[in-house]
Ligand binder design. Structure first.
Ligand code: ATP
Ligand code: MG
Length: 139
């Protein structure tokens, strides 16, 4: 079961507002499902900024997950693009990251979604004729 909660155009002019709307939806596990270059990392960076994280932000290129801190907990930023199997996700202890105080923001989430039944958001970004659209559903 999922419920569509947000459906909008996604531009750099509106990214702050969109990040804020996503945070208002009050789910700490957020999957970002979108083609390469659609803007997943850019949006996650804005979310981290709005959570008040002042840590150096980067794309988790050589490792699967980056850790940032904010006022009330930790943010785990996953990029699972290179993940080959669900076993690799188990190997890094994925389930241990899913604690109530932590945000888990996940790019390329196909394998991760197999662990999750409910209490997460899925953000889909599509690009059509150079225009980006973003929708968010609560599971
Ligand atoms: N809403 C947007 N509108 C226009 N350009 C954007 C938008 N969001 C991101 N971009 C630009 O698109 C490029 C790719 O963004 P980004 O790295 O965030 O994509 P990504 O989905 O994380 O890519 P990857 O699949 O490689 O991880 C960047 O140059 C970024 O500035
Ligand atoms: Mg990225």
């Amino acid at each position: 079961m999922s419920e569509l909660l947000l459906n909008t155009q996604f531009t750099l002019e509106t990214i702050a507002q969109i990040a804020n709307q996503l945070l208002q939806l009050n789910e700490k596990t957020i999957l970002f499902d979108a083609p390469m270059g659609a803007g997943k990392t850019t949006l996650i960076k804005e979310i981290c900024k709005q959570l008040g994280s002042t840590d150096n932000f980067s794309s988790p290129t050589y490792q699967l997950v980056n850790e940032y801190t904010f006022l009330t907990g930790k943010i785990y930023h996953f990029d699972l693009y290179r993940l080959q199997s669900i076993e690799e996700l188990l190997d890094i202890g994925f389930e241990d990251y899913l604690q109530p105080n932590n945000y888990c923001l996940i790019e390329w989430p196909t394998f991760a979604q197999q662990f999750l039944q409910s209490n997460f958001l899925k953000v889909d970004i599509t690009v059509q004729q150079n225009i980006r659209y973003l929708s968010a559903s609560k599971f």
